[in-house]
Ligand binder design. Structure first.
Ligand SMILES: [Zn+2]
Length: 424
C-alpha cells in the first residue's frame, strides 16, 4: 500500500468507527455544521434550544484570520486552544506526531497530541501505527532479535577485556611457565595461552593473535595492575600501530584473593585434566580447560560464554548430533552418515526432506535448554576429557587416544559454574 492508499484505508476505518459511535469522531461535514450551528447559537438572542446550550457548553469557535476552527470550550480566552479535528484531517495530524516522536507508540503520540487536539482517539493512534511501514519493519527486526541472542551481546564483545597471568613456575612444561588468561567482560568468554615469561612483549604477542581473530577491546585491564597493562598496550602498539586502547582499573583493586581464586580455579581444572590423561602437559590441557569454561553455564549471564559470543551452543562434531552413541562409534565416512539417514528416511514420514549433506545430521532446532550444559550441583572434580570420537584436535599423549565410549551427552563439558562465578 502506498501512502495515499494507507490514508484512504485509515479514513475508511475511522468512518466505520464513526458509524458505530458518534461521540468522538467528526466527519468534515459534521464539523462544519457544528461550526455554523454554534455561530447561530451564539448569536441567538431569544430563547436557545437545549441543543444550542449543549453546543455552547462544549465548543468554541476560534477565528484565525479567515479560518474558523472548532475548539474545546475554554474557561478563559488566555487558555491554550484545544482543537477538534475532522476525520479527514486526522491522518496528517497523527502522521506529524508520529514522525516527531521518532515513530513513537500510542502513548508517546498521545502525550504529544492531547495538549493540542480534543478528539483524536487512542484507537486512531493504534490504527495509524499499525499501518506505518517503518514501524512494521522495526517490529520484524525486533522479532528476529528476540530469537537470536548473539547480535545484542556480541555487538559489545570486546568493549572491555581482562588479561591476567597465572604462575606455573612450579610446574614448568618445556619453556612454558605462565598461563595467560584473557576474558571478554561481556560474554565471559575465556582464552587461555601458555607463556614462557610474564614479559609484556610476550603477552602482547599472544593478545595480537586474539585481537586479530576476535577484534580488540576498547579497554584492557588486569589484576596484575595498570602498570602491567600499560606496558602490554605499549608493546601492542609496536605490533599494531593502528590499535588504540586504554588500560582500565584492575577488576578487584584491593583484593589479591580473587586473583588467587581465579588461578586456583583454572589450576584445579588443569590438574584434573592432567590426572585423567596421565600427563603433565598442561599446555595441552589448557585448550580443554578453555573449552570447558566457555561451555559451562555462567550464572552471571545465565548462559554459556560460548553461546553469549556465538549465539548458539558449541558443537562437538557428530557427538553433538542426536544420533545414538552406538551409531556414532561406527561412523567413518560421509557415506556411513548417508546410509543412516537413508535408513531413517525409509521409516520416516514422507514429508521429511531427504538429507543430502553431513550437516543434516544436526538435530533440527533442539530445544535450547537441552543443549545447554546443566550446571551440576555437586562439584565435578574431574573435567570430562573428550574422547577421540570428538572433533577436537588430539595432541594428547598416547594413553588418551584410547577411545572412551561416551554418549553424546557426557561428551559435553561438565560445567561446575559455581566454581567460576567467584572470579568472573
Ligand atoms: Zn512508524
Amino acid at each position: 500500500m502506498d501512502n495515499t492508499a494507507v490514508e484512504l484505508k485509515f479514513r475508511e476505518t475511522l468512518f466505520l468507527r464513526y458509524s458505530q459511535c458518534e461521540k468522538y469522531l467528526l466527519p468534515r461535514d459534521v464539523y462544519y455544521k457544528t461550526v455554523s450551528d454554534l455561530r447561530l447559537a451564539a448569536t441567538t438572542k431569544t430563547k436557545k434550544s437545549r441543543h444550542q446550550y449543549y453546543l455552547l457548553s462544549k465548543y468554541e469557535i476560534l477565528q484565525c484570520g479567515d479560518v474558523e476552527k472548532l475548539i474545546k470550550k475554554r474557561e478563559s480566552p488566555e487558555e491554550r486552544p484545544v482543537y477538534y479535528v475532522s476525520i479527514e484531517d486526522t491522518y496528517e495530524i497523527i502522521k506529524k506526531a508520529h514522525i516527531s516522536t521518532g515513530h513513537g507508540g500510542r502513548d508517546r503520540m498521545l502525550k504529544h497530541i492531547k495538549e493540542k487536539y480534543a478528539n483524536i482517539t487512542k484507537d486512531s493512534l493504534d490504527l495509524f501505527k499499525s499501518y506505518c511501514v517503518v514501524c512494521q519493519e522495526k517490529r520484524k527486526r525486533q522479532k528476529t532479535n528476540g530469537v537470536v541472542v548473539k547480535p545484542i551481546l556480541s555487538s559489545e564483545f570486546n568493549s572491555r577485556a581482562q588479561v591476567d597471568l597465572i604462575d606455573m613456575q612450579s610446574l614448568p612444561q618445556g619453556q612454558y611457565k605462565w598461563i595467560m588468561v584473557y576474558q571478554c567482560h561481556l560474554t565471559k568468554f575465556v582464552i587461555l595461552r601458555p607463556l614462557t615469561s610474564k614479559r609484556a612483549a610476550e603477552v602482547a604477542y599472544q593478545l595480537l593473535d586474539i585481537f586479530l581473530l576476535f577484534g580488540a577491546p576498547a579497554i584492557l585491564q588486569s589484576d596484575n595492575g595498570s602498570e602491567f597493562t600499560a606496558q602490554v598496550i605499549t608493546e601492542l602498539k609496536v605490533l599494531w600501530p593502528q590499535l588504540v586502547m586504554v588500560h582500565g582499573k584492575p577488576r578487584h583493586p584491593q583484593s589479591q584473593g580473587s586473583v588467587e581464586r581465579a588461578n586456583s580455579d583454572i589450576k584445579d581444572i588443569l590438574v584434573a585434566w592432567m590426572s585423567d590423561n596421565n600427563t603433565n602437559d598442561w599446555t595441552v590441557g589448557l585448550k580443554f580447560t578453555q573449552q570447558q569454561k566457555n561451555c559451562a553455564h555462567h550464572a552471571g549471564i545465565n548462559q554459556t560464554p560460548y553461546k553469549a559470543l556465538f549465539g548458539e551452543n558449541p558443537k562437538v562434531g557428530l557427538t553433538s548430533s542426536s544420533l545414538p552413541s552406538e551409531i556414532l562409534e561406527r561412523l567413518q565416512s560421509e557415506d556411513d552418515l548417508l546410509a543412516i539417514f537413508g535408513q531413517q528416511n525409509t521409516s520416516a514420514r514422507n514429508d521429511d526432506p531427504p538429507p543430502t549433506t553431513a550437516t543434516s545430521a544436526e538435530p533440527q532446532s533442539p530445544p535450547a535448554r537441552t543443549d545447554e550444559p546443566q550446571p551440576t550441583s555437586a562439584r565435578t572434580d574431574d573435567p570430562q576429557p573428550t574422547s577421540t570420537r570428538t572433533a577436537e584436535p588430539q595432541p594428547t599423549p598416547a594413553r588418551t587416544a584410547e577411545p572412551q565410549p561416551t554418549s553424546a551427552r557426557t561428551a559435553e563439558p561438565q560445567p561446575s559454574s559455581a566454581d567460576f562465578t567467584d572470579w568472573l
